[in-house]
Design a protein around this ligand. Structure first.
Ligand SMILES: N[C@@H](CCC(=O)N[C@@H](CS)C(=O)NCC(=O)O)C(=O)O
Length: 155
């Protein structure tokens, strides 16, 4: 039986939920309320000593970090696959680059953009850090990555 420890607005948990849905796997969702610091409780720290969601428990196996969880799910429940097939090494590395881009550039830039959205809807902005530079940098990296992709598929 699969259990996912998660917090609904966490983009890394959303990544895992997409893969669980793609594979039509049933699971129990355990909400770890980060706003109440439930991720700092000893029971949760026993699952992930770094105190972060998502954590996936599949019978006796406990895994943390969304990328590692998703690779585990693809190994353990291969149909339908979410990565290109073993043997297509270049395509697999390309897919992993997109994932890394989402984790390290797109998602961190999305936080400030969300806060700007809240402000535009008249809701208080939790933090006054301007969003534009990080969003701009992420956009630039995305278009560099698109150019690289065109070269890759052409060559
Ligand atoms: N690299 C991790 C990042 C997970 C992460 O940063 N989770 C955040 C919520 S979106 C968290 O649990 N933060 C709580 C904390 O760091 O105390 C992954 O991909 O799973």
């Amino acid at each position: 039986m699969i259990k996912l420890y998660d917090f609904l607005s966490c983009p890394f948990g959303q990544k895992v939920r997409i893969v669980l849905a793609e594979k039509a796997l049933t699971y129990d969702l355990v909400n770890v309320d980060l706003s109440q610091h439930e991720n700092r409780k000893p029971d949760f720290l026993r699952l992930n000593p770094f105190g972060r969601v998502p954590v996936l428990v599949d019978d006796d196996t406990t895994i943390y970090d969304s990328t590692i969880i998703n690779e585990y799910l693809d190994d353990e429940y291969p149909e339908p696959p979410v990565l290109p097939p073993v043997g297509s090494s270049a395509m697999r590395s390309r897919a992993r680059s997109f994932e890394d881009f989402a984790d390290t550039s797109f998602t961190p830039a999305g936080g400030p953009a969300d806060r700007r959205g809240l402000q535009a809807r008249g809701r208080p902005r939790p933090e006054s850090r301007p969003a534009a530079p990080s969003v701009g940098r992420a956009r630039a990296r995305l278009s560099e990555s698109r150019t690289a992709g065109q070269q890759f598929s052409g060559g």
